[in-house]
Design a protein around this ligand. Structure first.
Ligand code: UDP
Length: 318
């Protein structure tokens, strides 16, 4: 299939691009390189370095049969301080992309949605029919695009899938997380292990969980890539499907720190700090729907394995 990957120079987009190429697809990456890296774009793909807002000429030229849309701003804290950037890129940019697709007669799309669309869960594991009450602008902007896709499916016959990621981690095809501003737990723990940071701050150990630290659902980026390949051909025209993507098991912050110590063989000093605003105690996905509908089954569910893959790539880069 001729595929356009918006955001293919980022962490998840570049891994999925590599997966698409390995499966024999023809890939053009559209990325403004604001947070992505040109050298993360796998060599078999063509890079168009433009923003979502300027995507129409690229789609008119490439004439993709499907779009995978990863391009977004994704820092929760910044979304609270500078919301206009999130509405402009995540919502305005996505609207421009959908209109560019319509003009190029392309109606098939897989979109990177997020667990942040649910907000504070009433119960875990979280199913797709849970209420969507995002607690930050990032989650609200992603939810707006989910709504956009539903209306484009109804009005314009789009075949759309929103994949709601939980905590994506690990590495594949030699590609791992590489953010200028790193906020995620596993990469920070590995930076501490590598001696690039002095200590990791645990954001609260007084949560109502067995060890008092927050529980999250870490899903391996390679399993995520599998899900995108399955989702690509799944929906019929006029259909918008929404699937959660998680490992099925939650791990606590303390368990992640322990795994980082075990995998790296280095001490990972921690200090216990205050809770981070807006962090729910537990976020764990029910991924039953994508398992039963598409036959997706995560292959890398072991926490130490996920951390090891991230460590191997981070070390190679260093
Ligand atoms: N966390 C932490 N210290 C850090 C970064 C994260 O204790 O330096 C915790 C955070 O409070 C959350 C979990 O690790 O409970 C995962 O956070 P991350 O930012 O990786 O992902 P999120 O769940 O916020 O999407």
């Amino acid at each position: 299939m001729r595929v356009l990957v918006a955001g293919g120079a980022g962490y998840i987009g570049s891994v999925v691009t590599a997966g698409l190429l390995a499966a024999g697809h023809e890939v053009t990456v559209l990325d403004d390189l604001s947070t992505g890296h040109a050298d993360a774009v796998p060599s078999g793909a063509t890079l168009a370095a433009v923003s979502l807002h300027d995507s129409a000429p690229v789609l008119a030229d490439v004439r993709p049969e499907a779009v995978l849309h990863f391009a977004a701003k994704s820092l929760v804290g910044v979304s609270q301080q500078r919301p206009h950037e999130y509405w402009d890129t995540n919502v305005g940019g996505s609207l421009a992309l959908l209109e560019a697709m319509r003009a190029a007669d392309c109606r098939r799309i897989v979109f990177s949605s997020t667990a942040a669309t649910y907000g504070e869960p009433e119960s875990v594991p979280i199913r797709e029919d849970a209420p969507t009450r995002p607690t930050n602008t990032y989650g609200a902007s992603k939810l707006a695009v989910d709504h956009m896709l539903t209306s484009y499916a109804v009005a314009h016959g789009f075949a759309a899938v929103s994949l709601r990621y939980f905590n994506v981690a690990g590495a594949a095809y030699g590609l791992g997380e590489r953010h200028a501003t790193e906020t995620h737990l596993i990469p920070i723990a590995l930076e501490v292990a590598a001696g690039k940071r002095e200590a990791l701050t645990i954001y609260g150990e007084d949560y109502p969980t067995p060890d008092g630290t927050c529980i999250r659902d870490y899903v391996h980026v390679e399993d995520l890539a599998d899900a995108h390949l399955l989702a690509l051909s799944a929906p019929a025209e006029g259909e918008h499907r929404i699937y959660n993507l998680g490992n099925g098991t939650g791990f606590s912050v303390q368990e992640v720190v322990d795994a980082a110590r075990e995998v790296t063989g280095h001490p990972v000093p921690v200090v216990v700090g205050a809770r981070r605003a807006g962090d729910p105690a537990q976020l764990v996905a029910s991924s039953d729907l994508i398992r039963s509908d598409l036959g997706w089954a995560p292959r890398h569910t072991d926490l130490a394995g996920i951390v090891r893959d991230a460590w191997d790539v981070a070390r190679t880069r260093a």
